[in-house]
Design a protein around this ligand. Structure first.
Ligand SMILES: C[S@@+](CC[C@H](N)C(=O)[O-])C[C@H]1O[C@@H](n2cnc3c(N)ncnc32)[C@H](O)[C@@H]1O
Length: 339
């Protein structure tokens, strides 16, 4: 395999060079775009002051595993797992290059693989085949992180596939990213509930081609039942998670400084929107089209007006043209006129 060395976060990584096409046929998968995804896992675990056993169950080059070990300091034991033998070789090299100790394993992520306080599920496409094993391998109070790259299912391009995999109807409109992530949450929570584990979302984001959700696990049938009670429908979409998308206190502690512009911006926006507990948001372009508004003011002007009048309002990272607010559509329309 032809390799090159890249810098990501506080580590250097040996990865396949640019002659390989970025797809699942790469000898070992490495996607630089997922730096943001990996940054957030580091930032979130730091904010939680995480100590314990962590596993990246599909570790590929070991990028995330090496970063967790290096950037979280002492108190964390990291396992990097992958079925691909070339991946295992590369993880070893990356651990040596960065002078960190990793436990390197080659378990099938579809069956229970140990007991961990943090489990990262980052597959090609849908995470559904790996959820059962991940939930069973999670300690009480543990954190489960799940990536889904089958956003075309979750966002309604292929509703039949969404129904098959996630047991829910998606939406194909301006709300699709939030609705999709709520469907993903519902699915993971259902798997948890089967084992009397309540999975409460603590953080999530949709970025480029993927969705990412983080849960805190608590054992208990009553707790799991309470989670299921927060499943329901929105418009024609669902069932989906109707509860909070972020743990505000945790989000407040997340510090993205020095992680680069993209990561800092994402955390900045989520810090604002996490304070507003609404399902969905108002897309100004959609409102302008529906209501035939000719001159649309700048989004920030509408947000400032809303805040000025005592409403909560912010941008949402799910949609660049939208406002998350506790104001009604009627009020938003009024402030579009006034802005
Ligand atoms: C999207 S990549 C993981 C990327 C990695 N987490 C990162 O941040 O760079 C998916 C990986 O899952 C591995 N894989 C696929 N099926 C697996 C299975 N059943 N058990 C363990 N690993 C598997 C593949 O070899 C591949 O390296």
């Amino acid at each position: 395999m032809k390799t090159t060395i890249v810098q990501e976060g506080k580590v250097k990584l040996i990865v396949p060079n640019s002659k390989y096409k970025l797809d699942s046929k790469m000898p070992v998968f490495y996607n630089p775009v997922m730096k943001l995804n990996r940054d957030i896992s580091v930032i979130l675990l730091k904010a939680l002051d995480f100590k314990g056993k962590a596993v990246d169950i599909m570790s590929a080059s070991g990028a995330r595993a090496v970063r967790l070990k290096k950037e979280l300091g002492s108190g964390i034991e990291v396992t990097a797992n992958d079925l691909n033998p070339s991946a295992r070789k590369l993880m070893k090299k990356n651990a040596v290059l960065n002078k960190v100790t990793l436990h390197i394993t080659s378990e099938n992520a579809e069956s229970k693989f140990g007991t961990f306080d943090y489990i990262d599920v980052d597959p090609f496409g849908t995470p559904v085949p790996y959820l059962d094993a991940a939930v069973k391998s999670l300690r009480n109070n543990g954190i489960l992180a799940v990536t889904a790259t089958d956003t075309s299912n979750l966002c309604g391009t292929y509703p039949a596939a969404c129904f098959r995999k996630y047991g829910a109807k998606p939406l194909r409109n301006e709300l699709m990213n939030e609705i999709g992530i709520r469907i993903l949450m519902k699915k993971v929570q259902e798997v948890g509930a089967q084992y009397e584990i309540a999975l409460t979302p603590i953080f999530c984001h949709t970025s480029s081609h993927y969705m990412r959700v983080y849960f805190r696990a608590k054992q208990g049938a009553d707790r799991a039942d309470a989670i299921l009670k927060e499943h329901g429908f929105f418009k024609k979409a669902g069932p989906l998670w109707l509860g909070k998308l972020w743990d505000e206190e945790l989000v407040e502690k997340m510090n993205a400084q020095n992680f680069g512009y993209e990561t800092e911006q994402l955390i900045y926006t989520i810090k604002q929107e996490a304070k507003i507990h609404t399902l969905g948001f108002f897309d100004l372009h959609r409102l302008a089209k529906d209501k035939r508004i000719k001159h649309l003011p700048k989004i920030n002007e509408v947000i400032y007006k809303l805040i000025d009048k005592g409403f909560k309002a912010s941008r949402t990272h799910f949609n660049m043209n939208a406002i998350r607010t506790n104001a009604s559509e009627k009020d938003v329309l009024k402030f579009i006129d006034l802005a």
